[in-house]
Design a binder for this molecule. Structure first.
Ligand code: NAG
Ligand code: NAG
Ligand code: NAG
Ligand code: NAG
Ligand code: NAG
Ligand code: NAG
Length: 522
C-alpha cells in the first residue's frame, strides 16, 4: 500500500533523486506488497514431474481485457500477466495474484516457492499467475490519467477484471484453455490493497474463487485512518514513543496558540520555518514514520531506528522507557532534520517547495501522465480515504492533530480538478460505501484465509484490528504473526516461528480445500 502522502508524488520525484545522506529517502520507503528477488532469467525452468523445460518466469503475456465492464462496446486494452506451470498437474489449482497498486514488473518471484503463492502451488498441483492491475504499470485502459479516463478506475471494475480474466484466459500451458473456474479450483492471493481485493472479489462474485488468501488485507475502508500509527506506537521503543508524543503535544500546543512568532520559532527548531501552513508542517513531522512499513523480520526498518536512535541515544547512553523528556527530544529531533533527514526528504528544494500543498496552480497537480502514484491516489480520493492523520482528541498521537483529513481532501480537489466537490466528510462517506458494498470487516466468505502481522501499520484496517471480534472459524481462519506488512507472503520471513506457523497453517487449509474440491467434483 502506497503511503497516502504520495498525493504529492510528482512534487517529490525530482528531489528524491539527489539525496546525499545515508538516510533512506522517506518518501519512497517501501509501499505495497514486498518485492522478492526475481528468479535468474538465465536459469531454465523445468516442470516438476515431466522435467520438460518450460518458458521462463519473465515471459510477459497479454490478455484482452474489457475497458469498461458496464459497457463492453468500448472495447479492450492489453492487460499484462506472467505465468508458470512448473508445479501444475491436470486437475490442479490456478493461483492468481495481482500486485495491485504498483507496476507488476519485478514480481515474478511470486511465481516461485520463495512466496506463499508457490508454497500453495506446490501443495495443490497449482499453476501461478501474476496479473497486473488496471491503471498500473503498463496495463492502462487509456493512455493518460485524466479525470475522464479514470472514470473506469474503480474497485468494481478491477473485480470485474478478475472475473473476465478467469473466465476467458487461455493460459499458455497444455490444457490451458480448459481451466476456467467452473472446471478448475481458482485460488486468489493478495497482500495489502490486493489482500482486500481477495475478500471483496469473493464476497462480490460467489463461486468465482474456490479459496482465497488475504495477507494484510485492508478490508475495512477508513476515511480518517489515524489507526495507521497505532501498531507503530505499540511496537516502537517505549522511550521513543514517549518522547515523540511529548514533542508532538508541544508542537500542537504552539500551533493551537496562533502566536505567529512562537510558531515560527518552533518550526525553526527543525529548520522548517519556511513551511507556511500548519497542516503542511504536520505532514513534514509525520515523515519519519513512513520508515516503519519498511520493517521486516529479516531486517528491521533501518530508517526508523535511525530516527529513534537520534532521539533516544545521547552520548552513547540510551534513555529509560520514559524517554529524555521534551527539552532534549525537541533539540534532538531538530538536529535529526538538520543532520541529514531534510536532505534525504527534500534534497535542494526549499521547505515550502518540498512540503507546501496550498497552491492550486502548482504544476505538481493534475499531471495526467500515467503514474502509479496518481492511479493509487484516485482510488484513495474516490473510495478508500485511508488518510494518515493525527489521532482524534483523547487518544495518544504520534502525529500532529493539525494534519487533518482536509489536507488530503484538498489534495484530491487540486489533483483531479472538477472530480471532487463533496462535503468535508466525503472520505468517511466514500469509505462507508466501500464497506457496505464489499463487507469490510464483516465478510462471512467460506474458504478465505486472513493472515496478518501484529506490527503491520495497516493492521487497524484488517480483521486483526484492536478489539476486533469478527467472524472466524475453520472456513474463515484468522492467522496472526509478529510480522509486518505482508510478511507472511515471503518464505524468507519464515525465520520468525510465528510467520512460519501462519504459512504452514495456510498450506494445510489450502491442501484440505483442494481435496474438498476434488471430492465435490468426483
Ligand atoms: C543541489 O545543489 C548542488 C550544489 O549547488 C548541485 O551541485 C546539485 O546538482 C543540486 N542537485 C539538484 C538535484 O538540483
Ligand atoms: C522450490 O522449487 C524449486 C524448483 O523451482 C525446487 O528445486 C525446490 O526444492 C523447492 N523448494 C522447496 C522448499 O520446496
Ligand atoms: C508570542 O510568542 C512570543 C515568542 O515565544 C512571545 O515572546 C510573546 O509574548 C507571545 N505573544 C503572546 C501574545 O502571547
Ligand atoms: C530506547 O531507545 C533506544 C534507541 O532507539 C532503543 O534501542 C531502546 O530499546 C529504548 N529503550 C527503552 C527502554 O525503550
Ligand atoms: C488537467 O489536465 C488536463 C490534461 O493535461 C487538461 O486538459 C485540463 O484542462 C487540466 N485541468 C485543469 C483544471 O487544469
Ligand atoms: C458490521 O457489523 C456490525 C455489527 O453487527 C455493524 O454495526 C456494521 O454496520 C456492519 N458493517 C457493515 C459494513 O456491514
Amino acid at each position: 500500500m502506497l503511503p497516502a502522502n504520495l498525493l504529492l508524488s510528482s512534487l517529490f520525484l525530482a528531489s528524491s533523486v539527489a539525496a546525499l545522506s545515508p538516510l533512506l529517502d522517506p518518501w519512497h520507503a517501501r509501499p505495497h506488497v514486498p518485492y522478492v528477488d526475481e528468479p535468474d532469467d538465465s536459469v531454465s525452468v523445468f516442470h516438476v514431474s515431466t522435467n520438460e523445460q518450460i518458458s521462463s518466469y519473465k515471459e510477459t503475456y497479454y490478455f484482452d481485457q474489457l475497458i469498461d465492464h458496464s459497457n463492453p462496446k468500448l472495447g479492450t486494452f492489453k492487460q499484462r500477466y506472467w505465468h508458470s506451470y512448473e508445479f501444475y498437474e491436470p486437475g490442479g489449482t490456478i493461483v492468481l495474484m495481482t500486485p495491485g497498486e504498483v507496476s507488476a514488473d519485478g514480481f515474478t518471484g511470486y511465481l516461485t516457492n520463495s512466496t506463499i503463492n508457490g508454497m500453495i502451488m506446490q501443495a495443490t498441483n497449482g499453476a501461478g499467475i501474476v496479473l497486473e492491475h488496471r491503471f498500473f504499470g503498463k496495463s492502462s485502459p487509456y493512455p493518460d490519467l485524466s479525470v475522464k479516463s479514470l472514470r473506469v478506475h474503480t474497485i468494481q471494475q478491477s473485480i470485474d477484471d478478475l472475473e473476465y480474466f478467469a473466465k476467458n484466459v487461455k493460459l499458455p500451458m497444455p490444457g490451458g484453455d480448459k481451466v476456467t473456474p467452473d472446471k478448475a479450483p481458482w485460488i486468489m492471493i493478495g497482500g495489502s490493497y490486493p489482500g482486500a481485493l481477495v475478500s471483496y472479489a469473493m464476497h462480490n462474485k460467489p463461486g468465482l474463487f474456490w479459496a482465497g488468501y488475504s495477507s494484510s488485507g485492508v478490508v475495512q475502508a477508513i476515511g480518517h485512518f489515524w489507526g495507521y500509527f497505532e501498531p507503530i506506537r505499540q511496537s516502537m521503543p517505549k522511550n521513543c514513543s514517549a518522547d515523540v508524543e511529548a514533542v508532538i503535544g508541544y508542537v500542537d500546543k504552539v500551533l493551537d496558540s496562533g502566536n505567529a512568532t512562537a510558531i515560527h520559532d518552533m518550526k525553526a527548531i527543525f529548520g522548517l520555518e519556511g513551511i507556511a501552513h500548519d497542516d503542511d508542517f504536520g505532514a513534514a513531522m509525520k515523515l519519519p514514520f513512513n520508515y516503519w512499513q519498511e520493517g521486516s523480520i529479516e531486517s528491521e526498518s533501518v530508517g526508523f531506528y535511525q530516527f529513534c536512535d537520534a532521539l533516544e541515544v545521547d552520548k552513547g547512553k540510551s534513555a529509560p522507557a520514559s524517554g529524555w523528556g521534551l527539552d532534549h527530544a525537541l533539540k534532538a529531533w531538530g538536529a535529526f532534520w538538520k543532520d541529514g533527514f531534510y536532505n534525504a526528504a527534500c534534497g535542494n528544494s526549499t521547505a515550502e517547495a518540498c512540503f507546501g500543498t496550498h497552491d492550486p496552480t502548482s504544476s505538481s497537480w493534475n499531471n495526467t501522465e500515467l503514474s502509479d502514484g496518481r492511479s493509487w491516489n484516485w482510488l484513495l480520493c474516490n473510495q478508500f480515504g485511508f488518510w494518515m492523520i493525527g489521532a482524534s482528541e483523547g487518544h495518544p498521537t504520534l502525529v500532529s492533530r493539525h494534519l487533518t483529513a482536509q489536507y488530503n481532501e484538498r489534495g484530491c480537489q487540486y489533483d483531479f480538478p472538477g472530480a471532487f466537490k463533496g462535503p468535508k466528510t466525503l472520505s468517511i462517506l466514500n469509505a462507508l460505501a466501500v464497506n457496505n458494498a464489499y463487507g469490510g470487516w464483516n465478510v462471512t466468505t467460506d474458504r478465505l484465509i486472513f493472515a496478518n502481522g501484529q506490527r503491520d501499520p495497516w493492521r487497524e484496517a484488517t480483521v486483526a484490528a484492536d478489539g476486533a471480534s469478527f467472524p472466524k472459524n475453520d472456513l474463515q481462519p484468522h492467522l496472526l504473526s509478529d510480522g509486518f506488512h505482508c510478511s507472511d507472503m515471503l518464505a524468507s520471513e519464515g525465520k520468525s516461528k510465528a510467520v512460519k506457523e501462519v504459512q504452514d497453517k495456510a498450506v494445510e487449509y489450502m491442501t484440505k480445500w483442494y481435496a474438498d474440491w476434488k471430492k465435490a467434483k468426483a
